[in-house]
Design a protein around this ligand. Structure first.
Ligand code: HEC
Ligand code: HEC
Ligand code: HEC
Ligand code: HEC
Ligand code: HEC
Length: 488
């Protein structure tokens, strides 16, 4: 018997016979329905109109493909069940209903089965490709999972809003992909069981609020940041200007001007400044999981010798914990997810004019409203503007009469600032995720540069203000230096 003949006799005929059962038919229907829906969605996608809605994504890239495969699986299951049932009752025919290839309808039926199988394979392949790509998209990571809401919100307004989450959080290669999916599945279980978790807190899995940092399985900075930033690039000096406003009726403005010695690798291949001083030759051991307390620091000197600096609190005992080579993330820990302090937020908004400094007391009042307790972002969005309005209506009627629109704009801006930084449902509030880049709102650099980390020869890690920056003006009204360089 030729191959095709045999195939038809031994496989196609029995399959058609056994396949004629409700389960397999339902499977076929589910598969074709979801297949057709997916194909039409992809076709629409081909002609543009990208859709950012994460829930549509979940339907089209995860649920429909799952239904499609579920339907496919039902077909052999139905066949198997019918086979078993018939065998039990001894009703399996000796010869299956004849395939009459002269019967045109039947011949076409076979063609359809063949074509459908090929199409199914193509659909499964495309669906898994789309599904995998979708699970790598910032929409999936950040939006469809409200647990990530704080990080996603901060990410969207960061310099890295066009760098996909997976670029930094998941390495290349099958292993890190697998690890990430295992982690993701664990998180998915935690999210799903969250509503029940309060019933049996230690048994039912729940996600942590807030999500803790540092992220222990973050890709090494060498692989992520340095894929785009050349660490040795010589940045030189960087001028930083910050405005501050006082808690008085006039919201008196002052400015701080700092010239940071950022450095890098200079033209003579010398490592200089802040970047040059650390990269590649400073190791440390932190005493806590958040890396906030760093009692042991070691520097490898250019001649290969080492200098070890220990905090006095350590009293000669070597701390336990991970020994870590300092990299970008030890300073730029909030590169993609910067949360600011309430003071920084309102000062910046007032400097930009989004909150008008011409409104008396707006700095003091705005700060109080930002720092008040609200049960949710929705409550804050409702109360902050209402309370600000009430403040001017009751105590500053003249201002309200003349500047109602500015008051309303200020209220709206305060709501924006709040919702970019405070997430009551995730227990993320002002200061929950500190930024290590400076030393004013968080110890940051002063985790090591506090004058208390001393080497055997008596030298300590420098706390000299001038080692890091020239303070050109500190909280001055109209600093002369800004006028000199034509900025004011
Ligand atoms: C440019 C790199 C980068 C990108 C892009 C990025 N992250 Fe992060 N992410 C980080 C770093 C760095 C940390 C802090 C790590 C640390 O302190 O150890 C972090 C921390 C986190 C944390 C832990 C909680 C926290 O706030 O510290 C979560 C959750 C997170 N990121 C989610 C996301 C999501 C979701 C996206 C995409 C929408 C994303 N990240 C994109 C670099 C990145
Ligand atoms: C895929 C490329 C890419 C990766 C990966 C990346 N960056 Fe960036 N980064 C950029 C670009 C592009 C800019 C400039 C964006 C702009 O000016 O709007 C930037 C800006 C910055 C800035 C200056 C702006 C700011 O936010 O203060 C810092 C600092 C920075 N990156 C640090 C990092 C660190 C640390 C990492 C690793 C955790 C990292 N970057 C990973 C592309 C990248
Ligand atoms: C010892 C702390 C420290 C380390 C380590 C560090 N940086 Fe920085 N970096 C800084 C500071 C401080 C600034 C200036 C901050 C500011 O602009 O507010 C800065 C600024 C930058 C900028 C912005 C430069 C500009 O022209 O505005 C980039 C980009 C950057 N760093 C990338 C990196 C990368 C990539 C790494 C890792 C290879 C790294 N940094 C490691 C402290 C550090
Ligand atoms: C993990 C500990 C640690 C942290 C955190 C750290 N440094 Fe350092 N830094 C060192 C050590 C150790 C040295 C070398 C000893 C020295 O020069 O005093 C050093 C040296 C420097 C130098 C060179 C000083 C000189 O006189 O040549 C500068 C500048 C500097 N750090 C700036 C910073 C800044 C800015 C930050 C925060 C953004 C920071 N460091 C955070 C450990 C640290
Ligand atoms: C180890 C390095 C380092 C040392 C030492 C240091 N600073 Fe700074 N300082 C920084 C960095 C980095 C920033 C910029 C932070 C940023 O980008 O927002 C900064 C910013 C500041 C600012 C600006 C305020 C602000 O809101 O950011 C002031 C004021 C300041 N430093 C004062 C001092 C004084 C006074 C000393 C000496 C007692 C000192 N610093 C020592 C690293 C250092």
């Amino acid at each position: 018997m030729p191959f095709f003949e045999r195939f038809r006799e031994n496989w196609v005929r029995p399959a058609l016979f056994f396949g004629n059962n409700p389960t397999s038919l339902a499977g076929g229907a589910i598969t074709s329905a979801s297949g057709i829906t997916m194909i039409s969605y992809w076709l629409i996608g081909l002609f543009g109109r990208p859709n950012d809605n994460p829930y549509l994504g979940i339907i089209f890239f995860l649920i429909l493909p799952a239904l499609f495969i579920f339907g496919l699986a039902l077909i052999p299951i139905g066949v198997f069940l019918r086979y078993k049932a018939l065998r039990k009752t001894g009703k399996i025919p000796l010869a299956f209903p004849k395939i009459d290839l002269n019967d045109r309808i039947f011949r076409h039926g076979l063609d359809i089965v063949l074509v459908a199988t090929i199409v199914n394979l193509l659909v499964v392949a495309t669906a898994s490709y789309h599904g995998a790509a979708y699970m790598d998209s910032p929409q999936f990571c950040g939006q469809s999972c409200h647990v990530m809401h704080p990080e996603y919100t901060a990410y969207k307004i960061s310099a890295h809003s066009h760098v996909a989450c997976v670029e930094c959080h998941i390495g290349s290669g099958a292993r890190s992909y697998f690890e990430a999916k295992v982690n993701g599945t664990k998180q998915l279980i935690e999210v799903t069981s969250h509503p029940m978790a309060h019933i049996a807190p230690h048994i039912i899995p729940d996600y942590p609020t807030p999500i803790p940092s540092p992220v222990m399985n973050l890709r090494p900075a060498r692989e992520i940041c340095e894929a785009c930033h050349t660490p040795a690039k010589f940045v030189g000096e960087k001028l930083i200007i910050k405005s501050g406003f006082a808690d008085d009726a006039a919201n008196t403005e002052t400015q701080t001007v700092v010239l940071l010695h950022l450095g890098g690798l200079d033209g003579l291949s010398h490592l200089t400044g802040i970047h040059g001083a650390h990269l590649g030759h400073i190791e440390y051991i932190a005493a806590d999981s958040t890396r906030a307390t760093i009692p042991w620091v070691q520097r490898t000197n250019p001649d290969g010798s080492t200098s070890t600096y220990v905090a006095s609190a350590l009293k000669g005992v070597m701390p336990r914990g991970e020994r870590r080579m300092m990299d970008c993330i030890d300073c730029h820990n909030r590169a993609a997810h910067t949360f600011v302090t309430a003071e920084e937020a309102i000062n910046q908004a007032m400097a930009d004019g989004a909150i008008s400094p011409s409104l008396p007391w707006v700095h003091k009042e705005g700060l109080t409203l930002l720092k008040a307790n609200y049960t949710s972002q929705a409550e804050a969005a409702q109360k902050i503007p209402a309370d600000l309005e009430a403040f001017y209506r009751s105590s500053n009627q003249a201002v309200w009469a003349a500047k109602a629109t500015l008051v309303q704009a200020a209220g709206a801006e305060l709501v924006t600032l709040y919702s970019q930084n405070v997430f009551p449902d995730m227990k993320v509030t002002w200061g929950t995720h500190p930024n290590h880049i400076g030393h004013t709102s968080d110890p940051g650099c002063f985790r090591c540069h506090d004058g208390d980390h001393v080497a055997k020869d008596g030298t300590s890690i420098t706390q000299d203000c001038a080692a890091c920056h020239n303070l050109l003006a500190v909280e001055e009204a109209k600093p002369k230096v800004l006028a000199d360089i034509g900025i004011q």
